[in-house]
Ligand binder design. Structure first.
Ligand code: FAD
Length: 312
């Protein structure tokens, strides 16, 4: 529950935010658009007592060009990405992926940084506390057995972010600030593959920018499977990127706790790359659609994506 007693802090710089986080380490959340954090509080899966609101840090809302990279601030709202000419011209698939997130109203609050760190989901975890209580609780948050598999060892909650697959397909990097300083890391390195603890970042780490390489001339095909177009988490997200040098990257979301990545070259047979992607996805029945249907749809989506990019 959100209570009036929850501590609310509003830093003005990234360094100040990280310092505040270190003071409250283990019992805080950064708050961006709040469309994930606050829902988790209401659903009883996040009981942290301190919120560090990032909306007062102007530098985190900028979109700039730095050397051969586009630098996007993590606090840019998903609905505002299309306002930037360089994103429209060089990375239109990012706008397409952002438009596939949630609903128009949610996208006006939701940020790109928050989307990358949105908590993993599954049909059983993404429920109210009383619902989970009624079916025996969930391994990821309040139980010791996975409702989906009946197992005690592994959680396969799905990577929920719809922008992560497209960004990883275009080899995006993150500028991350911690108490030790600033470092640049590949976006895919922040995902662990463990559904219970899906992030490979120190809790106090702050994403300061998302970096995209300019001049690679990516052709990208994005697809998302969901029961309702209007608002629904993904049952399968696919991104296929081919750059001007013929480098191919397939990334799948929502069929594994982490993004599934397959690298290849344009000379490779698409069918072989698709087979690898299907093989690596650890799909279980934790979604409104059956496991086998989602598995088959990986091939369908990727075949269509290769055809789409051939035409360009
Ligand atoms: C009804 C509904 C439908 C949804 N559908 C989708 C969907 O289809 N696809 C999808 O991808 N998401 C969906 N979401 C989830 C969510 O709305 C989005 O992922 C959104 O982009 C999260 O961004 P935010 O700014 O609101 O994040 P917040 O809720 O503010 O934060 C999310 C997480 O990121 C951390 N964080 C935020 N910014 C930073 C930063 N700069 N550095 C370090 N940590 C940070 C927070 O501490 C928190 O852990 C849905 C949510 C709802 C309520």
């Amino acid at each position: 529950m959100i209570t009036a007693e929850r501590l609310f802090l509003k830093p003005r710089t990234a360094a100040e935010a990280v310092a505040m986080a270190c003071e409250h380490a283990d019992d805080f959340r950064y708050l961006a658009g709040g469309t994930d954090v606050l829902v988790n509080s209401f659903q009883g899966t996040d009981g942290t007592s301190c919120l560090i609101d990032l909306t007062g840090i102007a530098a985190l809302k900028e979109v700039t060009t730095k050397g051969d990279h586009l630098r996007i601030g993590p606090m840019v709202r998903l609905s505002a990405l299309e306002e930037h000419a360089v994103i429209r011209e060089s990375f239109p698939s990012l706008i397409e992926a952002a438009h596939a997130v949630a609903s128009p109203i949610i996208r006006r609050s939701a940020t790109l940084g928050g989307n990358l760190l949105c908590e993993n989901r599954c049909s059983f975890y993404n429920q109210s506390e009383w619902w989970r209580d009624a079916v025996g609780n969930c391994l990821k948050c309040d139980g010791d057995v996975c409702i989906a598999t009946g197992g005690r060892k592994a959680c396969f909650s799905k990577l929920a972010s719809d922008t992560a697959p497209v960004l990883i397909a275009m080899e995006a990097q993150l500028e991350v600030v911690t108490a030790e300083g600033t470092r640049i890391i590949p976006l895919e390195s922040i995902y662990t593959g463990d559904g219970v603890d899906p992030r490979n970042l120190p809790p106090t780490a702050l994403i300061q920018a998302i970096l995209l390489p300019l001049g690679r001339e990516f052709r990208v095909a994005f697809r998302k499977l969901r029961p309702r177009e209007a608002v629904d988490f993904s049952s399968l997200t696919t991104a296929l990127a081919i750059d001007a040098a013929g480098k191919v990257r397939i990334v799948l979301g929502a069929v594994d706790p982490e993004p599934v990545i397959v690298d290849g070259l344009s000379a490779d047979a698409p069918a072989d790359l698709i087979k690898k992607a299907v093989k690596h996805a650890r799909i279980i029945d934790n979604d409104p659609y059956p496991r086998l249907y989602r598995k088959e749809m990986i091939t369908v989506f990727l075949e269509r994506s290769f055809e789409e990019l051939e035409k360009h």
